[in-house]
Ligand binder design. Structure first.
Ligand code: NAP
Ligand code: MG
Length: 470
């Protein structure tokens, strides 16, 4: 157990204003592994002031120099990649292999992409007799969740720094340790004081104070739809920019011409990865009625390959969910699925282990589009298989939720899959198992959010335009 002290504000670790602390729990064994200070409005105010003071200097720093700082930060992350992975496994419970590859690997790739974009992005453009300057928005308040704890910090801090903005981050209370490690790396990389600031704390206290602070020009939030709506309303009332990356209930559409076995196997892997705690997970698998029974058997077998247990044992491909509350929530959804008449193919609400917040890999069949488990984000290792009669039916089901974050389409012919994807109301679609692209814009249609992250589109969120007429 380690008691961490201080907030990273204005280039140094400063004592927190209050004395309250947050327990950090390892979800695999339920032990408290650390405590961090619970920040208050006073800490947030100090951090925003530091960010505001640093803003003019950072905004005036030539983009190529900002790029060099971001590259140094990326290199510092690379040097401590193992420690990043161990830290995420300790506080989130993700299998260590996944932590190395994704929880450490993805933010390193994203930081690298922004080092490059900062150096190459056209911060000026010509439109007729005007020169348009793309200038940083100002001070960014970033509120991040626990499911991809470092990735979600870097997906906001990377573009903000590249744009010339300064930042205050409030990380999730469940995963503050990798955020603190990131602050250390920022310090090692030698970023000017106040450009990046970190305040750990609770959402309704520190998070809310950050979203409401008048010194913040843009609030970037990733998390639940309920909190996102409040943050959007607060930002709207203050005429402040806001970016919201909220939930999803994405459809994995397997067209009859697809390689069914491959589509089901990758579809199951997509949902089980990170214990299902992925906003873009394809939690609804749509299969043609003629292939449905075969797909159910394939899904049962694939899910059986996900052994839940100790994230350090590489035989286990499924870690716990993040905390007791999330486990109770996910179990509630599984019980609801059974009650509403879906067929439990494998898994269920019973805990596979006495200790640790584990959930068995769970597959439901005969799920109909209006059922709760087909409409609401579960955020656990739970897959629903839905039956469709024809392509129009598949499209209606795919688009039939309030969300629109991601999705997948499988077909024998790529162009057939693309034609279907064009009609989907969603921000990202993987065609026949296409790979994650850290430069592709990521974000939602409908209630999945406002704004885009990653790549050049993600950078544009942190810029505002000024037109000079000649
Ligand atoms: P959450 O409460 O929305 O948490 C996201 C972030 O917002 C955290 O840093 C949180 O702080 C902070 N926050 C909470 N209340 C706030 C407020 N009133 N003002 C400002 N900031 C606030 O999400 P959660 O409770 O951790 O998870 C609940 C559900 O949200 C999940 O089951 C899942 O469905 C969804 N979720 C989606 C994503 C995504 O990637 N889209 C990520 C996580 C969760 P605390 O950590 O202190 O709560
Ligand atoms: Mg919360």
């Amino acid at each position: 157990m380690k008691a961490y002290d201080g907030m990273y504000i204005g280039g140094q670790w400063r004592p927190a204003a209050g004395t309250d602390t947050i327990d950090v729990v390892n979800p695999a064994d339920e032990r408290v592994i650390a405590t961090v200070p619970a920040g208050t409005a006073e800490d947030i105010d100090a951090a925003v002031r530091a960010a505001r003071a640093a803003f003019p200097g950072w905004a005036a720093t030539p983009p190529a120099e900002r790029a060099a700082y971001i590259a140094a930060l990326r290199d510092a992350m690379v040097a401590r990649a193992d420690e990043i992975a161990e830290t995420v496994t300790a506080e989130l419970g993700s299998p260590i292999g996944l932590s190395r590859k994704v929880h450490a690997g993805a933010p390193i790739a994203v930081a690298g992409s922004y080092a490059e974009l900062a150096a190459t992005y056209p911060f000026e453009e010509k439109v007729g007799n005007s020169t348009v300057l793309l200038e940083p928005v100002g001070v960014v308040g970033a509120i991040t969740p626990w499911n991809y704890p470092l990735h979600q910090i870097v997906a906001k801090v990377g573009p903000a720094l590249a744009a010339g903005c300064t930042v205050v981050v409030k990380p999730a209370e469940d995963t503050p340790l990798v955020a603190r490690l990131f602050a250390e790396l920022v310090h090692e990389a030698g970023l000017p004081a106040g450009v990046f600031n970190l305040v750990t704390g609770l959402g309704p206290v520190a998070g809310q104070a950050l979203a409401e602070h008048e010194g913040v020009d843009l609030v970037s939030f990733t998390g639940s739809t309920a909190v996102g709506k409040r943050i959007g309303a607060t930002a709207g009332a203050a005429v402040k920019r806001v970016a919201l990356e909220l939930g999803g209930k994405s459809a994995n559409v397997i067209l009859p011409s697809a390689d069914l076995a491959r589509a089901v196997k990758i579809g199951v892997a997509n949902v089980m990865s990170n214990s299902g705690q992925t906003c873009s997970a394809w939690t609804r698998m749509l299969v043609h009625t003629d292939q449905y029974d075969e797909a159910v058997e394939l899904a049962r077998t694939a899910a059986g390959g996900y052994l839940a247990g100790d994230p350090h044992d590489t035989a286990n491909r499924l870690g716990p969910v993040v905390n007791a509350k999330q486990r109770a929530r996910v179990r509630g959804y599984i019980e609801k699925g059974i009650k509403e008449g879906a067929t439990l193919v494998t898994g269920g609400p019973e805990a596979p282990h006495a200790t640790g917040y584990y959930i068995a890999p769970t597959v439901f069949a005969e799920v109909t589009p209006e059922m709760t488990i087909a409409q609401e984000e579960i955020f656990g290792p739970v897959l629903s298989l839905l039956r469709y009669e024809d392509e129009e039916d598949a499209l209606r089901i795919a688009n039939g939720t309030v969300y629109g974050l991601a999705g997948a389409v499988w077909a024998g012919d790529e162009s057939e899959a693309v034609a279907f994807a064009r009609r989907m109301d969603t921000g990202q679609v993987d065609i026949n198992g296409g790979r994650f692209n850290p430069l592709a814009p990521f974000g939602g249609y409908k209630q999945s959010g406002v704004g885009r992250e990653l790549g050049a589109h993600g950078l544009a969120e942190y810029l505002q335009t000024k037109s000079l007429q000649f």
